[in-house]
Design a protein around this ligand. Structure first.
Ligand code: HPA
Length: 247
């Protein structure tokens, strides 16, 4: 197994990470989000990339997901854990809960979402019944249990286009559709990983109640930023434990 971690607003890097190489790699699909860092944690080689770039300047709809995932494949990554911050829709998904989603509904549009769009390539109709890899999910869940982190072991992740947050009516629709949490980045990351035959799972932290689900107040970016800051140390601890549990 060769593991990669995709960080976002929540996981801006890995401390105690002994960097071996830091590469800026171009692809036939354009420029990825930034440098790919190869490092060691307890003798285990891991690759880290932040999908929003090192300056957190790339919005969810502007991320070059195809380039990012292509580089991971080129680096012979087999397994990917992606960190995502999300809003909570259903009752159990309260702020500061960790969630390991098991399903996705994709509401994004206009994102380059497949490698099957090059003339003369065979169209790859991947099976996507189960968008996340269960072995990886179970590794994350085992750590969450061990570390007594408040968590949910399943949930449907609704992926919206962003960068704006949703209207109350949109969240009502997502709830009605069966979404438990809402975020902006799991797609097309998850399906591109599947096209490239890499295992993929996401660890989400709920950082706000989705629109209309909280106490009736507007969503405060300050509160989201605070919860992200509060969760980032724990996130790093969880990820390290997951990495070192990987043989
Ligand atoms: N909606 C979409 N994406 C998010 C949210 C939200 O409420 N919170 C964090 N990421």
């Amino acid at each position: 197994m060769k593991l990669a971690i995709i960080g976002g607003s929540l996981l801006k890097g890995l401390s105690n990470f002994i960097t071996i190489a830091e590469e800026k790699i171009n692809t036939p699909f354009g420029t990825p989000s930034g440098h790919f860092v190869t490092g060691m944690i307890d003798d285990i080689e891991v690759i880290y990339i932040n999908r929003h770039g090192s300056e957190h300047h790339i919005a969810p709809h502007q991320i070059n997901y195809k380039a990012n995932m292509f580089v991971l494949k080129t680096l012979e990554v087999t397994d990917i854990i992606a960190i995502t911050a999300v809003g909570g829709i259903t009752e159990a998904m309260s702020p500061m809960k960790w969630v390991v989603p098991d399903q996705i509904i994709d509401y994004t549009h206009g994102r380059l979402q497949t490698y099957s769009d090059v003339n003369d390539t065979k169209v790859n109709h991947i099976d996507f019944s189960y968008p996340f890899d269960d072995a990886l999910r179970n590794r994350i869940i085992a750590v969450l249990k061990n570390q007594a982190c408040e968590h949910e072991t399943q949930g449907t992740y609704g992926v919206t286009q962003g960068p704006r947050l949703e209207t109350i009516a949109e969240i009502k629709r997502l709830h009605h559709d069966g979404c438990d949490i809402v975020g902006m980045t799991a797609m097309p990351e998850a399906s591109l990983a599947r096209e490239l035959e890499m295992n993929y799972a996401t660890l989400s932290l709920v950082v706000n109640w989705a629109a209309g689900k909280g106490s009736g107040e507007l969503i405060s970016m300050e509160e989201i930023t605070q919860l992200i800051a509060d969760g980032s140390e724990t996130c790093e601890m969880i990820i390290k434990a997951v990495i070192t549990a990987v043989e």
